[in-house]
Design a binder for this molecule. Structure first.
Ligand SMILES: C[S@@+](CC[C@H](N)C(=O)[O-])C[C@H]1O[C@@H](n2cnc3c(N)ncnc32)[C@H](O)[C@@H]1O
Length: 290
């Protein structure tokens, strides 16, 4: 049956989506899915699994000064403060700062968290050259395709400071999106800003400019989407409302198992190295950033 029109059922989704395996993701042996996905309060797939991958890539040290942009409800901020001892400036547009400070207090790390609410495009009260790291989970596509913004973020890093993102992306660049990818529940998935790990690499190199140390598809990056669907379906009791509300995204995820565009996740990290030149010719939105 046509994927775009096949009626969605719990059985069909279960047969179409894979779970993450503990053998490949050790955190699953240490924490429950409820902990990893914060009882469904993360806004996007991956939860603590992606936060841990970012922390590992960055090798954050106690006392590091970190800006966490688009941190949503602040689970990543709390993770970096609690697990790495980082001092985290937690910035989000939609979620009020007191909610994130409360989460930090519950975790016992309120003294290491500064919570701000605002738009990164309007700047943050942080001196140039003062950050050890900037991190962004599942949000960089919202603002980070703009050349000037990448340059601004790079200016906030110390020499040797790193910018790292982990988020949904496509496994390769796509010029065309089939009609299936235009379906939505009204939320704008912003697929024109999703890009591939290679696109993000060039964007960082050309427009940071940053020396890219990592630009990869996260292992099982596609399964992260599927596992999230299974978790959210279980939480919702596979109600008709869940299937109707999430059906468009489930179809897009399943489409990607056999065809392009294929949704996955990337991890990209660049380091501020003195002497790198920006050529200033990068495209701000579509296509090849160089
Ligand atoms: C898909 S949610 C991800 C949130 C969180 N990182 C997570 O994984 O649950 C994207 C987040 O980016 C934030 N955001 C979008 N545009 C932003 C901007 N211009 N400045 C700061 N935050 C922004 C939104 O408020 C939202 O919380």
């Amino acid at each position: 049956m046509e994927l775009a029109t096949a009626p969605l059922t719990e059985a069909w989704v279960r047969a179409s989506c894979r779970s993450l395996e503990a053998a490949r993701h050790p955190m699953l042996a240490r924490r429950t899915r409820r902990e990893i996905y914060d009882d469904g309060r993360w806004m996007a797939p991956g939860g603590l699994l992606l936060a841990e991958r970012l922390a590992d890539a960055l090798q954050l040290q106690p006392g590091d000064r970190v800006l966490d942009i688009g941190c949503g409800r602040g689970q990543s901020t709390v993770f970096f403060a609690a697990n790495c001892g980082a001092n985290v400036i937690s910035l989000d547009l939609w979620i009020p700062a007191p909610e994130r400070l409360a989460a930090a207090a519950i975790a016992g790390v309120a003294d290491r968290v500064t919570a701000l609410q605002g738009d990164i495009a309007r700047g943050v009260p942080v001196e140039a050259g003062s950050l050890d790291a900037i991190v962004c989970l599942q949000a960089f596509h919202c603002f980070g395709t703009a050349r000037w913004l990448l340059r601004y973020l790079t200016s906030l890093l110390k020499p040797g400071g790193r910018l790292a993102i982990a988020q949904g992306c496509f496994s390769q660049e796509n010029e065309e999106f089939p009609p299936l990818f235009r379906a939505t529940d009204g939320w704008n998935a912003e697929y024109d800003r999703y890009h591939s790990p290679g696109w993000w690499r060039r964007h960082f190199e050309v427009n940071g400019p940053l020396a890219v140390r990592v630009a990869m598809e996260v292992p099982d990056g596609d399964v992260l989407w599927e596992d999230d669907v299974l978790y959210r379906g279980d939480r919702a009791g596979w109600s008709p409302q869940f299937l109707e509300h999430s059906g468009w995204l489930i179809r897009q995820i399943v489409h990607g198992r056999t065809a392009q565009p294929s949704l996955t996740h990337c991890l990209v990290m660049g380091e501020k190295v003195t002497g790198l030149r920006t050529d200033g010719s990068g495209s701000a939105e579509r296509g090849d950033p160089s």
